[in-house]
Design a protein around this ligand. Sequence first.
Ligand code: GLA
Length: 678
Amino acid sequence: MWRHWGAPVDVTALAPLATTQPRATFSTDVPVPLALVPVAGAGWFGPAGLDCRRAGKPLVVRLSAQGVVCETDRLEAVLADEDNGLDVTVAVVAADDCMRFAVMVRNTGATALQIDRVASAVLPLSPSARTLISFSGRHNGELVEQRTAVPTHGWVREQRQGLTGHGGPPGLFVLGEGAGWHRGEVWALQLVWSGNHRILVEPDGAGGWTLLAEAVLASGEITLLPGESFAAPEAITCFSATGRNGVIAAFHRSIRSAITWPGGTMRARPVHFNTWEGVYFEHDDARLGALAEAAARLGAERFVVDDGWFVGRGNDRAGLGDWSADPVRYPRGLAPLAEKVLSLGMEFGLWIEPEMVNPDSQLYLDHPEWVLGSATGAPLPEARHQLVLDLTLPEVREHLFSTLCDLLRHLPVTYLKWDHNRALAPAVTAQGNCGSHAQVLGAWALWDRIRASFPDIEIEACAAGGGRIDAGFAARAHRFWASDNIDATSRTAIQRGFLQFMPPELMGAHVGASPAHATGRSQALDFRALVALPGHFGIELNPERMGQQEVERLTHWVALYKRVRDRLHHGTCWLGEGADGLVWQAHGAPGDFLLLVTRPRPTSLAREAPLCLPMLGDVPQVMVRLIESAIPHRLQAPALGAMRSSGLRFSGSWLAGNGLPLPHLGGEGAALFEVRAA
Ligand code: GLA
């Protein structure tokens, strides 16, 4: 059973709960506390961690501990219900300042066991919990932070689109009394899952709350034959006594340990040039060749040929499924373009959307029975004129694997941008079962097989921008496309949402055109570049439409990114807020970091307030240098000149307690500082 989830405590003199918990009226005579796997029917009235049926009849489960292995960093409990013929194994591993939960249910009975629910984690929240921070979103508007008081009745965040969704990873932050970015108690979790999910918080009747996170299973979706097991998605949980930044640091560590980089370690994140917003579907050999030359001149290191290269793909109505170069636009195939890209000193990357098919494609003509929902016989709702292939079918996975192998063997591709541009509806498999859960496992299996066969290739996870950002894909991918919205002001918020779960090196961040295609807003190039800089930087525009001065300035930003990327992409990432809507983030270590200060909207303040940097409290002296800025304002303080040249010395405690003097940042302004112990 649960006793405590929070600050480290000394448990050497801990009295048993049964002797300290007062009894409640209108309750069972023996109180039923929150168990590791709580079940209904014995007096637990909170959310259950396990619901299952045999021959359609609900089981009243009684779990008892069969074996508990408890090591310093690991707990494994096997809980069995012999009468009902099942056991549950719960493994909890402490690593990277997180606890990872893995729950597995096994059918030990002689008949089929239907699983309706297996929670990944059910956790107690302290009575000092006050605020839930969650994220919602849509295409072009990912990861919108939502703040709500802990609920009087119940709170739920549920996603049923069959994939992670544009609200970002299936996760939640719970803030304790007075908690903020830098201080206070924060409890948080994220599921290692890329499909339907539910996170709920309910009052526990004793002043606290119960937090539950799980994959959502449809009725009849999971049936275990005798001896079979079902593994719930893992949950990564974290408690921080140092505010939201404590959780962020732990989540980043945990995600970083799960990434598998080609060659074993991450190499400097290469500057991307992505063709999408530059040319959309207007592809041909000559045009893309010229674009590659322009990209190389800007300093790009990887040229990613986005949508529009394959058979019949002159628009988004046709072609998905037929993964060979369009013979009209690329009469000699993609090889000449790829070779040109390599000869320009860049890597060659390619966009694909393997899980999808357009009804207007050869693949669909050949195999209409391969799409999800076809077994229903009902009309299938198209989205972006496409349908979803049924990845639960081994022949579909086999076909996609061999198609991808062909591409990867015949072209010098070292990078795939793997897209997924619609939700699943209906998610019914060829056998007529609900297949949302199995579809995710099918996609993971395909990714795993590609990764195993082509270990040197990096893959970007994209789903109409940031529809598939989660720890499940973080273990398979090397980059997430955070949003199709590259408007720098929108991106400021989206990227701050992203960074609360994932480290910056995984965050695809591009300099787009002005006006921004997604919003129509215009922003200065310097602002667009500074906002993209901390992520995995790239360019997504048509250089032909830029003036010479802008091209030179963008070349400068590319060069600057190359100089600072190693400092941005290792170590700690802190997020914070200043006065009147100002936001900041810092990357590095307390005595050596880069600080990006951003003002996404104009301020009503006559001058910017000094910015407190709490991580400097214990650093005696630092030099602060202004490396770059996008600051339209002319009335700057004289000391800014010194900050720009040799730097300005401060005591760490002054910057932590009183704050760093900031320049006017205008309406859409930003500044990049270097802060180093001196
Ligand atoms: C999705 C992606 C974009 C682009 C297009 C191509 O919307 O998010 O970046 O690749 O598809 O169709």
